[in-house]
Design a binder for this molecule. Structure first.
Ligand code: NAP
Length: 222
C-alpha cells in the first residue's frame, strides 16, 4: 500500500483504541469508518466525535467492506465472534489486530489476567480461525492515548508487529511510521505470544501507581 494514496480504513470497535486510531488516520487524510455491533448505537455514541473528525460510522459488515485495511479494536473476549460474520468480506485484506486477550476479571497486584497461555496468543488464534485474513498484530503494546505522534523522551518508540504476510506487514509498518513510531518486526504471527504480554507490562505501573505515561523502545547495545 502506498500511504500517500490514503486508503480507506475500517475500524471494528468504538472504544478508546478505535477513537485514537481514527483521529490519527483522519489527521493523515484517510477516509475512516468506525463500527460497533449496532450501526445506530455506534452513530449515537460517536456523534460528536464524528462531527469533529469526519469519520463515518456503521456496523461491522459495513466497515469490513469499506476498509482496504481493517483494524480490530474490540474486547479480546469478543475478537473471534466479531470477525466470524465478516470473515468473507475481509478475505485477502490486511486486518490489524490491536486486541489483547484480557480476561473479564480485575488485575492481580497490577497484573492483568489473560485467557491465553504462554505458548499461545489471540493473534495466532485469529489467524488460524480465519486463514484468508492477512492478520498483523500491532498497536496492542501501548495505551491508545499515545498512538499518534506522541512526544517521547527517547524519540520514536518501538511498535511491535507480527504476522505471516510480509506485504501486509510492510503496509502496516508504513502506517506505523506515519503515526510516529518505529516498527519492530517480531516475525510470524507466533510473535504475538511475546508482544501481547507487553500489554501486561505496559499496564502494570498504571494499576500500581497510576503511571500510564510511558512506551517501549528497543535500543541497540554498544
Ligand atoms: N485502551 C487501550 O489503551 C488499549 C491499548 C492497546 C490495545 N487495547 C486493546 O484494544 C481493544 C479495544 O480496547 P478499547 O479500550 O478501545 O475498548 P474495550 O472497552 O476493550 O472494547 C470495547 C469495544 O468492544 C466491542 N465489543 C464487541 N463485542 C463485545 C462484547 N461481546 N462485549 C463487550 N464489548 C464488545 C464494543 O462494541 P460496541 O461498540 O458495539 O459497544 C466496543 O467497541 C481491546 O482488546 C484492548 O485490550 C487497548
Amino acid at each position: 500500500m502506498n500511504t500517500t494514496t490514503r486508503s480507506p480504513i475500517g475500524i471494528l470497535g468504538t472504544g478508546s483504541v478505535a477513537e485514537s486510531l481514527a483521529r490519527g488516520l483522519r489527521a493523515l487524510g484517510h477516509p475512516v469508518m468506525v463500527a460497533g455491533r449496532d450501526a445506530q448505537a455506534a452513530a449515537a455514541k460517536l456523534q460528536a466525535f464524528s462531527a469533529e473528525t469526519g469519520v463515518m460510522t456503521g456496523d461491522y459488515a459495513q466497515a469490513a467492506a469499506f476498509g482496504a485495511i481493517v483494524f480490530l479494536a474490540v474486547k479480546g473476549v469478543a475478537a473471534e465472534a466479531t470477525l466470524a460474520p465478516v470473515a468473507g468480506a475481509l478475505a485477502g485484506k490486511v486486518v490489524v489486530d490491536a486486541t489483547n486477550p484480557i480476561e473479564d476479571a480485575p488485575p492481580e497486584h497490577g497484573v492483568l489476567r489473560f485467557f491465553t497461555g504462554p505458548n499461545d496468543s489471540l493473534g495466532e488464534r485469529l489467524q488460524r480461525a480465519f486463514p484468508a485474513l492477512r492478520v498483523v498484530k500491532a498497536f496492542n503494546t501501548v495505551g491508545a492515548a499515545l498512538y499518534f505522534r506522541p512526544a517521547l523522551a527517547g524519540g520514536a518508540g518501538s511498535m511491535f508487529i507480527a504476522g505471516n504476510d510480509e506485504t501486509a506487514k510492510q503496509d502496516v509498518a508504513a502506517l506505523i511510521r506515519d503515526f510516529g513510531w518505529e516498527p519492530y518486526d517480531c516475525g510470524l504471527i507466533e510473535g504475538a505470544r511475546v508482544t501481547e504480554p507487553l500489554c501486561q507490562l505496559w499496564c502494570l505501573p498504571g494499576f500500581l501507581r497510576n503511571d500510564w505515561a510511558h512506551a517501549f523502545k528497543v535500543v541497540a547495545a554498544g
